[in-house]
Design a protein around this ligand. Sequence first.
Ligand SMILES: [Zn+2]
Length: 218
Amino acid sequence: MITEHDRVQGAFIRESSEYGEPIGPEELTAAKWKAIVSNDSKFDGRFFYAVRTTGIFCRPSCKSKPPKRGNICIFRHAEQALSAGFRPCKRCKPTGQRLPDEDWISVVTAYIDRYYMQPLNLETLADVSHGSMYHLHRTFKKLTGITPMAYIQQKRIEHAKELLKHSTASIAEVGRLAGLSNLSYFITLFKKVTGHTPASYRQLTKQNREESTNGESS
Ligand SMILES: [Zn+2]
């Protein structure tokens, strides 16, 4: 499966652009960095900055929280950022157009898919996707049928199930690796979602494997 991350990274491998310039990032100079952290609108139109961790690109004046310097790519033209796989920011609209809700939510789900094992909450997601918590919660639910937090927990439980099936990591370690480092919360949530405790789930899948003649389980 090609992830959003691969798509963004892969795009940098392509070399040419319609401008005949390298499509890859330009240098992040001290002046550009200063423009980004001070939201300096004098630089709007002179360059755009994209953030690798979120897949979003912005105008220098964007009022969003400044990203980590090491995660930034600079593009001369918005089209270059687009063809490198970045999506325009919902807040500063670097292409001049409104970002469709579907694209905005794709940014958020791609971010969750990459970082669900880390501490995440609605505020973090709103920050990285450049929207308000309220609007994000509402739009996410409208488009996917579940809330962002439920989606995160779903990813974590899926990961935990895989680890319980295919690794010998302790239950606490499985929880930690899946982003649920509070052990009692992990056990409670896991049981609520799957009907089993992590330990009994592991036991069950092990039994199923042993009973299966060719040694494969579903
Ligand atoms: Zn922006």
